[in-house]
Design a protein around this ligand. Structure first.
Ligand SMILES: Cc1ncc(COP(=O)(O)O)c(C=O)c1O
Length: 386
């Protein structure tokens, strides 16, 4: 059988995955500081959550490529809570933000066209781009008392093939919110080079300061597509419901074209769409717990790292992750393997597009006792490997 080049992946298990698998198989303890699945982190979910799936209206099959109106209205209510008035015509439902990205890449790009993605950033983009025959180009974020876009670096990364810029707001893993001055710079670039802006706001509600401002309100003269969904907003990744908000010039044309893409798959199911309103309305119960958890874990991280002046925890404004700058005395892969041997599992920064040495990323989502034990192991290791 001949396979497509785009699926010509190296399927060999990498060293980190192998070491992790072996440790799990050996039954040895692991404090998991990569945890990102909220349903496995000991939060209390409403036991009645699944009742919303038994709405009798779901007995009828009403194929709507944009998603059922009642579900799109529920998404509008979410944005109204963020001070953005939207009409359901501008909302488009998908089964995940990954599917939303794929629809948008197909909407905006021909094979070989390029998308800029801020780096460090979410590693799944590489796969999403390859699957849609799109080239991903990294556009740099820089750190200087906080993360920010390197506007000149973004400009240099633009080529005649570029079609869109993707931002995560707040970013995974840097926890950086796009500031008004950055939005202005990006808008200028988008207008000058005729680019669309795709903004992933799955972590929007998880801010360490005030509420993050949504891009769903649009950005002066720029086609904007906001993607978000239940996986983080309601802590329900298993429910498979997400959305696209289209704003700005030509939004209606974009939505008509998206409709044809979605009509080809019709992947949303009816019970989840009828349940969307209840799950979005109930989001505060889980968001409150997650916010308290990530705050407590961030405080604990700082408390334990205070004894290690060589290690700095970078500024974080939102999201579920913290980035650590460690002495670059060994490749991070080796450090992560050595940490795993001691019983703590963290991500190397290169996983998110950082340099090969000197960066670790920890998730702040794990249960407090596990997190604290994991950080103690991490701190003890770093203390002896300066
Ligand atoms: C930035 C970002 N976007 C999207 C997702 C996943 O969303 P979904 O489950 O809707 O595909 C994640 C998951 O970690 C993420 O970090």
């Amino acid at each position: 059988m001949l396979f497509s080049r785009r699926t010509n992946w190296n399927m060999e298990e990498n060293e980190l995955a192998r070491a992790h698998r072996r440790r799990v198989a050996a039954g040895l303890p692991i404090a998991d500081l990569t945890a990102s699945n909220p349903t496995r982190c000991g939060f209390a979910y409403d036991p009645g959550l699944l009742v919303a799936l038994s709405d009798a209206r779901a007995l009828d099959y009403d194929p709507q490529p944009r998603g059922l109106l009642s579900a799109r209205e529920a998404v509008c209510a979410y944005y109204a809570g963020h001070g953005v008035a939207l009409s359901p015509e501008h909302i488009f439902l998908t089964t995940s933000t990954s599917e939303a990205y794929s629809f948008l890449f197909r909407l905006l790009c021909d094979p070989g066209n390029e998308i800029l993605a801020a780096q460090p950033g979410y590693p799944l983009f590489d796969f999403l781009a390859v699957l849609d025959d799109v080239k991903l180009r990294a556009a740099p974020l820089v750190y200087d008392h906080g993360w920010q876009i390197d506007a000149e670096g973004f400009r240099r990364a633009i080529t005649p093939e570029t079609r869109a810029i993707v931002l995560v707001h707040p970013n995974n893993p840097t926890g950086h919110f796009i500031k008004p001055w950055e939005a202005e710079e990006l808008a200028r670039l988008c207008r000058e080079f005729d680019l669309a802006l795709i903004v992933d706001e799955v972590f929007l509600d998880y801010s360490f300061g005030g509420a993050g401002k949504s891009f769903a309100a649009g950005l002066d003269g720029v086609p904007v597509f906001v993607v978000s969904g239940l996986s983080k907003i309601a802590g329900l990744p298993q429910m498979k419901a997400a959305w696209i908000v289209a704003a700005g010039p030509e939004a209606c044309t974009a939505l008509e074209r998206l409709e044809v893409i979605a009509d080809t798959f019709l992947s949303m199911n009816a019970p989840v769409q009828y349940a969307l309103l209840a799950w979005l309305e109930g989001r505060e119960a889980i968001q409150k717990q997650i916010r308290a958890r990530v705050r407590a874990n961030l405080d604990e991280l700082d408390r334990q790292l205070a004894q290690l002046p060589e290690v700095s925890r970078l500024e974080v404004e939102g999201g579920w992750y913290a980035v650590l700058r460690i002495p670059a005395v060994a490749p991070d892969e080796q450090t992560v393997l050595a940490l795993l041997e001691r019983g703590v599992w963290v991500h190397p920064g290169y996983f998110f597009g950082m340099a090969e040495s000197g960066w670790l990323v920890v998730s702040l989502l794990a249960a407090e006792a596990e997190f604290s034990a994991g950080v103690a192991l991490l701190a003890a290791f770093l203390n002896t490997h300066r």
